[in-house]
Design a protein around this ligand. Structure first.
Ligand SMILES: *Cc1c(COP(=O)(O)O)cnc(C)c1O
Length: 224
């Protein structure tokens, strides 16, 4: 018999691995934060992680996130890590502190309008499709500089960093290196990269936040 999965113990171990990876890279462990990816997880899996002190959570769907977090949002940082449709921008602004998936001009325009209306802005990351995969969201690496510049000057958006999801079948290191390079030349400090399977590698390449789901909560239920 195997012991039941213990999310609080998993969190402690992941935090220790994050700190060790940071130190090994000559970085301050406090410079890397853990985003707990709670998408598709039952509340019984999320509650112990919250009770253990986790305050930053990632979600990939606006509606699902609203259902999970409405009423328990106080003191937490919620980050949207999935694609954002323009007709969900208003809901997203009402819920998320950080939107990591700014990836097209139409969305930049919609965000700028809603930020104006709401009178407050979320922190924003531009998603870069480092592997140029047709099925994946994100701006192409060669278009990233121009897109970041337009977001800042034309739309007045407070872009603070970049996010990527490397292709599953490739070693992630070169993708993390590319994202770090694009961020550096655009003066962007935040790098959201690394998931359950590769967050230590991402930290070596400069990740400032890692997005960990299954290693923290156990395997996800499929979307209905
Ligand atoms: C689901 C998801 C994660 C977490 O993936 P795990 O492999 O379970 O850690 C991270 N980032 C994004 C964008 C995701 O959609």
């Amino acid at each position: 018999m195997t012991a039941p999965f213990d999310p609080a113990a998993a969190r402690a171990e992941i935090l220790a691995r994050i700190a060790a990876a940071a130190r090994a890279a000559g970085r301050d462990p406090a410079s890397v934060s853990l985003t707990a990816v709670s998408k598709q997880q039952p509340w019984e899996a999320v509650a112990p992680v919250l009770a253990a002190g986790q305050r930053v959570f990632g979600e990939n769907r606006v509606q699902e996130a609203a259902q999970r977090w409405a009423g328990r949002r106080e003191g937490l940082e919620l980050r949207l890590i999935g694609p954002l449709q323009t007709n969900k921008v208003r809901d997203a602004l009402g819920l998320f502190d950080v939107i990591e998936t700014l990836d097209r001009e139409r969305l930049a325009h919609a965000l700028a309008e809603e930020i104006q209306r709401a009178g407050h802005a979320p922190r924003l990351l531009v998603q870069v499709n480092t592997g140029e995969e047709p099925q994946k969201a994100g701006v192409a690496p060669r278009e990233a500089d121009a897109f970041v510049a337009r977001c800042r000057t034309e739309f007045g958006l407070p872009v603070e960093g970049l996010m990527c999801i490397p292709p599953e079948a490739e070693p992630p290191g070169p993708h993390f290196a590319l994202l770090a390079k694009i961020a550096a030349r655009n003066g962007l400090a935040a790098l959201s990269m690394g998931m359950s399977a590769d967050f230590e590698t991402a930290i070596t390449f400069g990740a400032t936040s890692v997005r960990v789901g299954s290693a923290l909560f156990g395997a996800r239920a499929p979307h209905p």
